[in-house]
Design a protein around this ligand. Sequence first.
Ligand code: GLC
Length: 803
Amino acid sequence: MNYGHFDDKNKEYVITNPRTPVKWINYIGTLKFGGFVDHTGGALICKGDPSLNRIVKYIQQMPSSDFKGETLYLRLRQGENYKLFSPFFVPTLDHYDLYECHVGLGYNRIISEFYGIRTECTIFVPIDDIREIREIKITNETGKEIELDAISVVEYTHFDAMKQFNNADWVPQTMQSRCIREEKGLMTLIQYAFMRRETNVNFFTSNHPVSSFESDRKRFLGDNEYGKWSNPLSLQKKELGSYEAHRGDNIGVLLHHLGSFKPGQSKSFITQLGQEQSFEKARSGIEKYRDPDAVKKAYDELNGLWEEFLSRMQVETPDPALNSMLNIHNPRQCYITKNWSRYLSYYQLGIGTRGIGFRDSCQDVMGVISHIPEESKELLKKMMMVQRTNGSAMHSFNPLTMEGSKGETGDWPDRPQYYGDDHLWIVLAVITYLKETGDMKFLEEIIPYYDEKKDNRLRENGTVQDHLKRALDFTKNDKGEHSLPHLGFADWNDSVNLRTGAESLFNTHLYGKGLLEMIELCGYLGDTAGVIFYQSEYDGLKDMFNRTSWDGEWYVRYFDSDGTPVGSNKNRDGKIYINAQSWPLISGMALPERAKKSLDSLNRLLNTSKGIKISWPGFDGYDRNKGGGTTYPPGAKENGGIFLHTNPWVVIAEAIMGNGERAYEYYSQINPAAKNDIIEEYECEPYVYAQNILSDEHPQFGLGRNSWLTGTASWMYQAGTGFILGIRPDYKGLIIDPCIPKKWDGFKVTRKYKNAIYDIEVKNPGHRNKGVYRLEIDGREITGNIAPIFGDGKTHLITAIIE
Ligand code: GLC
């Protein structure tokens, strides 16, 4: 069973059945102005911080049968009465003859047919703009002449998303709406909270004359709100009350009499929902986008931007689901995570500020550095600005105010008040940027360290290189009983919170990988002292790791404060952890025999047909000494669930081992595009990765949740492009080091890199997994597997044969 299909040619996913298991969403605009739209036309729109400047009320937890945030009704004149329905299916739930939601890059287009009336509605935010546009075209296919009205609806929220839900006294007393009547029957509804009347005014308008409006929900629904969204009583009258709300639950409703439609006739109109300081300030933009040509231009520009974004890398392999993900949906998700971090999704409610996670954004940015290096660099700089002078980092920060926060350690005052991994991620992110761009001058850029007690100008400064050094130094000086890095409050796994003094093998490897990168960087820069310094630290760490952390069949994951191993066969629960097996390969610290054994143990004990579990067995009961993960039942999230972010690390580890079969199997078994026909089990959008899938320890094995905003996106992209296809940038050129299934005959990739286009063909005549030793470049053969830097703006043909 499926709810739609991929249309790669048009770079869309087309939902054809609106009764999806949960609402499926898509992002429009950016954090500056935008949010998400669902496949039934609902939308959550904000300007800037979603928790502090929210425009539309969208309550994820309410039933799917209701619209959320925005909708559209049509009504047909039938004698004295009206036949009312929504072309978005909800909230009227009428029988449809056609329903398609085209999930595109930066837009949704809903096409439906109800009662012989075809509606096409394209929803998007123009690039860098402050408005959501809905272009609506209605066609009479009834064969008869009809008379039709269109009613556009938005439900507002208080700008403070939290207050909307925890204060039903102050909030409704402050909400107000006004109507601005313009020429020729045009009209704009404005809405604000009283205290923001002079600063933040929401506007809702149309390019078609509006005969009446409503701004009070109670009046619109009628009968003291015993009227329903599926049949608002006010819509049985010719005109709405045109009431300007002085308080209460504010909505914006615009009634358009579209008049009579001859058979086959179409009519269109455009609505805009946005926010400006005042109506006066908004006026010229409103007028501009009342013109369909301006809307078309903005829509074409948006498509052009995505075209350019995706053109950085395009692949052609024997696997359509992989192609679809790597060419369209995965890079799009990477961009969305880079932009929205963990702010706002169908699952991340953006209520109460959490801001941008330091570790999350460091990893997100790694997925888009090759596409948008400049934007990525800006984010890298911001992140270094919340690094403290001792090299550690704030757990999260608000990118608008640059205020840092310590994370969720507060509920656990007896645990360390910092995370042991955060700061280390910046090393990997900056190195990825350097290898992609060659912008080595960035290392010399001066960036202040974070100090909440000091004004910006008085803060200590350091070069980017110094920021990286201090990050590594922090961990160098923060080790426990086995001379391995401390866990802190948590490492990457937020929810294992052991007692103070515990050590983390994840931090060990993340630190080890950072050291490896610094050794390589110092070598490239000719800094011999640097190489020696980092190499000796790396060697000591590797030695300590190998002396302490082998459990016999696999590697342990932590040492608790009293030195007992966690993630050991000796434990009753949580005997084996995924990251403890994959990361020793990434850090290069695993001994070859153990690497193989540990990945085999992982395969035997953690792998399922729907993804690899984070750990096993799940803890069957809350255990404060183990931490937040034990709040979940076994098989869910960090308690033995399939926590997808960890899976691409195993893909990478298997690729490093040269095991192309397993790398591909692990990649494919969680590829949502490959689940399209069994999606009723997985439930989430088949065009994005989810954060987690319930594992075989849970009765609902296979159910996905928390789609969109997850580090899975960036790492699946890195694993797919950089380790299965094996195309990854290095200081000296583009490495071509594929690790593919034997059955593949080869594949093709077009990759833009340092101002040249690399047209790569990998051939696999011997049906092997791995092994490129020479390349043919524009007809000339070279040894090795690094395509050089051309930088000449030209296209170069590169052939690699796996032998
Ligand atoms: C969530 C957090 C991320 C963390 C992961 C594992 O995805 O956003 O920071 O690493 O959970 O606990």
